[in-house]
Design a binder for this molecule. Structure first.
Ligand code: SAM
Ligand code: SF4
Ligand code: SF4
Length: 483
């Protein structure tokens, strides 16, 4: 430190970067970028009000607080805590984007696109619609055993010291290649046991090909199942149709009931894709939990270029947020009385907030997760499989292309998403899905600015709910601490 620095006057405090919210008669701060949540007492509020009200150095602030009757010890400890948590800072404000990791992350999960074929023709499907980016010409329709085994070997090797790995089966319609799924589960278990790792499995399916044999296999191997269904017959059949246009609901329903009845070893959730004509959040949730019997339901808006008819415009997104809000408050009521609620969008966000997540990347794609196409090509994630975008090697020809992966991580880091640098929600959002960005802006590295208000609205709501649960039934939050 130079003598010039020593001679400067005691610097003034300035407020750190946070989002303030009130819940259960308590004032909270959500600290950016650490992602921590802070409950304020009377002294805490007084400190923030005073610093907001004018420039004050630490000695000036201490003196003012002592004059108000606070004790020296109390004041010093509060200021120390605020400085440590960066609620109070000195000097010029500058955004310090989290650093790009020195090395690539060990792999945790691969998504095997076991087929690029499907027995349905859902209108919004990014695999076959006008927004399709995968180039499957010349690629096998079904993944074979050799490719699947190489992909699993790659996962084991690239997971480095991670004790747990995960294989997700995906499609096209995943169950069109059930024989490969079955043999791959056996192979992954054998190989993982040899190297002392634990492997678990999941799949996403349209449910139309489920039968007793398939269900019993999934159950005895603890395969987690996500069923794609968009609500009751009328809503589901608007978009989820066979190639001849017939709705799928009546085919799926008995099979889903059989699945829920026979498969009890792992989670089975419903996944709803919302679109412009299917945005009835509460109606869908009630049908899928009450009448079909799912314990958990998650919603995701369809990714679509704004020119598509099923694209959800800003007004519809607003009404979807209203539906989310209703279910989220219901989630709060359940949580306060210690009961589980099946709205997974709320539980997923609360879990992230509880963990104090501060993302440098919006999701695990290219990081802990990679997608593998039927021919063995490696891509960013399942949505980019077999696309020229996000290509990262081949399971049989050199494995992961670490140069391409590194280049991706450098250009898609939050630090490079400049639009996000002033947003308080960046620790949980980090700019959003690369596929959504590509379909909307033609650029995977663009921040999804069309979703910003929605994301901030949703996270503010979840913070208020988190605050309320933390005051009224804090033990409920313990469930979010697991693993
Ligand atoms: C592509 S499918 C593959 C697995 C299986 N065929 C199924 O339907 O579950 C996986 C999930 O992606 C969803 N999906 C399809 N197109 C989508 C889009 N444009 N935006 C968001 N989700 C989409 C489907 O509804 C489904 O839940
Ligand atoms: S069932 Fe799945 S893969 Fe097939 S068209 Fe529908 S969403 Fe796409
Ligand atoms: S890029 Fe999008 S679709 Fe792919 S893993 Fe990330 S959030 Fe999911």
């Amino acid at each position: 430190m130079s003598s010039a620095t020593l001679l400067t006057a005691t610097p003034s405090y300035r407020l750190g970067e946070y989002h303030a919210f009130d819940s259960a008669d308590t004032a909270f701060l959500y600290l950016v970028p650490s992602g921590a949540i802070f409950a304020l007492d009377r002294l805490g509020k007084e400190i923030l009000d005073r610093v907001a009200g004018g420039s004050l150095s630490r000695p000036e602030l201490v003196e003012a607080l002592l004059d108000c009757g606070y004790e020296q010890r109390q004041v010093q400890s509060a200021l120390q805590e605020f400085e440590h948590a960066e609620v109070l800072q000195y000097g010029e404000r500058h955004t310090e984007p989290a650093a790009v990791p020195e090395r690539t992350f060990p792999l945790q999960r691969i998504v095997l696109n076991v087929t690029n074929q499907c027995n349905l023709a859902c209108t919004y499907c990014y695999e076959y619609s006008a927004d399709k980016i995968s180039k499957t010409d010349g690629k096998p329709k079904y993944m074979d055993q050799q490719v699947a085994e190489s992909a699993i070997d790659m996962l084991i090797q690239e997971s480095e010291l991670r004790p747990k790995i995960h294989v997700t089966f995906f499609g096209g319609e995943t169950l069109l290649n059930f024989p490969l799924l079955r043999s791959s589960v056996g192979y992954a278990k054998r190989r993982s046991a040899e190297v002392g790792k634990h492997v678990d499995f999941s799949l996403t399916t349209n449910a139309t090909l489920l039968n007793e044999e398939v269900i019993d296999f999934l159950s005895s191997n603890r395969v987690g199942v996500t069923v794609s269904i968009d609500g009751d017959r009328e809503l589901n059949d608007r978009m989820r149709v066979f190639h001849d246009g017939r709705g799928t609901y009546d085919t799926m329903l008995p099979k889903i009931k059989l699945l829920l009845q026979r498969h009890r070893t792992n989670s089975i959730g419903a996944r709803v894709t919302l679109s412009s004509g299917v945005s009835h959040v509460r109606r869908i949730y009630e049908h899928l939990t009450g009448e079909v019997g799912f314990d958990s339901v998650g919603f995701s808006p369809a990714t679509a270029n704004p020119s598509r008819l099923y694209h959800i415009g800003p007004q519809k997104m607003e009404s979807i947020l209203g539906g989310f809000e209703e279910l989220a408050w219901e989630y709060r009521d359940h949580a306060v009385s210690g009961k589980q609620h099946g709205f997974t969008n709320a539980s997923d966000t609360l879990k992230e907030l509880h963990s104090g997540i501060s993302k440098a990347y919006s999701c695990g794609a290219g990081l802990g997760l990679l997608g593998v196409g039927t021919a063995g090509d490696i891509n960013l994630c399942h949505r980019f499989v077999d696309s020229p975008v996000g290509k990262m090697g081949h399971v049989n020809h050199g494995g992961i292309d670490h140069t391409a992966r590194r280049a991706f991580l450098e250009t898609h880091h939050l630090g490079a998403r400049y639009d996000c640098h002033t947003c308080w929600a960046r620790p949980v959002c980090a700019g959003g899905c690369y596929h959504e960005a590509f379909i909307h802006y033609g650029d995977t590295s663009a921040a999804n600015l069309h979703y910003c208000d929605w994301i901030r609205g949703w996270n503010d709501l979840c913070l208020r709910i988190y605050g309320e649960i933390s005051v009224r039934n804090p033990v409920f939050l313990d469930r979010f601490s697991d693993n």
